[in-house]
Design a protein around this ligand. Structure first.
Ligand SMILES: NC(=O)c1ccc[n+]([C@@H]2O[C@H](COP(=O)([O-])OP(=O)(O)OC[C@H]3O[C@@H](n4cnc5c(N)ncnc54)[C@H](O)[C@@H]3O)[C@@H](O)[C@H]2O)c1
Length: 296
């Protein structure tokens, strides 16, 4: 018995890195998979069918069921084709893992409009488009009386949630994805759909140039192995997983639960503030430093 027996899953950006590990583990756990990957470079340039096809071949060689899709997940029709590939090939869709991503890091004073737009497009729109088509399908199923038990797993990042300098485009998209996750979870629960987000840390072509702890080659348990991220995603994809609307930092053998933006203090008067009154009341917030250290 696999944890995902009978589940049909679409995984975006599953030709390489973390997404590839998700696809291999999902297949091992009994899921049928649509392996999506545009196959571009780390900055999003170009396209290549090879990565997605290779993962499909690997899954089939292990006795699993998978089909490749090479669409750009941020493209409106491409996203619809992706979701339809699951429905037309396997008859349904139960799990959507939004994982595909690119990087174009730059300090804000040097960032170009193209660098900003490309990253926001692939991550934020690239989460929105497949989710939108899957959500419309699940709503239709629920309204026609079928029982829907679906799970969306989105991919955020500590670069956004814990705000990493040099990544304002990527971080803004990744924090947006975390909030997007909470909102769609609230919207779609009535149709039988849960949504959660992970913020992974693993050594892939996106993080290799950054060096640091992920690049260390320890003996024994390799905490930076991208395969360490996938069990939490598979768990969130299970039909009987009770978790919804949450975000988790996942690294090595650790899973940390985030709390979303929350109000922690207030000042108030029972009339319109004067600016000098506000200065007297609010200057205390100038001393606050949030704990935004990454736990690794
Ligand atoms: N590696 C980390 O430590 C880390 C940390 C935080 C967040 N993430 C996020 O995890 C996800 C996976 O990253 P990774 O490290 O495995 O990177 P990766 O580059 O190894 O894999 C990403 C895959 O997404 C594909 N892709 C990119 N744009 C696409 C598009 N428009 N349509 C379809 N496919 C597309 C790429 O071709 C690539 O195969 C990304 O969303 C990334 O931002 C990774």
């Amino acid at each position: 018995m696999g944890a995902l027996d009978g589940r049909i899953a679409v995984i975006t950006g599953a030709g390489r890195g973390i997404g590839r590990e998700h696809a291999l583990l999902f297949a091992k756990e009994g899921a049928k998979i649509v392996v999506n990957d545009l196959g571009g470079a780390a900055d999003g340039e170009g396209a290549d069918a090879t990565p997605a096809q290779q993962v499909v071949n690997e899954i089939k060689a292990l006795g699993g069921e998978a089909v490749a899709n090479y669409d750009d997940i941020a493209d409106w029709e491409g996203g619809q084709r992706l979701i339809n590939t699951a429905i037309e090939t396997f008859g349904d869709i139960h799990v959507l893992v939004n994982n595909a991503g690119i990087l174009r890091d730059r300090v804000i004073a040097n960032m170009t409009a193209e660098e900003w737009d490309a990253v926001i497009r692939v991550h934020l729109r690239g989460h929105f488009v497949p989710t939108r088509w899957a959500a419309a399908y699940w709503r239709e199923q629920a309204k026609s009386g079928k029982t829907v038990n679906a799970s969306i797993i989105n991919t955020s990042s500590t670069s956004g949630l814990l705000s990493n300098p040099g990544q304002s485009n990527y971080g803004a998209a990744k924090t947006g994805i975390a909030t997007f996750t909470e909102i769609i979870d609230k919207e779609l629960r009535k149709y039988g759909v849960r949504a959660n987000a992970i913020a992974p840390a693993a050594l892939t072509r996106l993080t290799a140039p950054l060096g640091g702890r992920l690049s260390e080659k320890p003996e024994g348990f390799d905490k930076g192995d991208p395969g360490n991220i996938s069990p939490m995603v598979a768990y969130l994809a299970m039909a009987d997983c009770p978790i919804h609307g949450k975000a988790f930092f996942v690294y090595g053998g650790e899973v940390h639960l985030f709390q979303p933006y929350t109000i922690v203090d207030k000042v108030a008067v029972d009339h319109r503030w004067s600016v000098s009154e506000l200065k007297a009341a609010a200057d205390k917030w100038g001393d606050i430093e949030w704990n935004q250290s990454i736990p690794m």
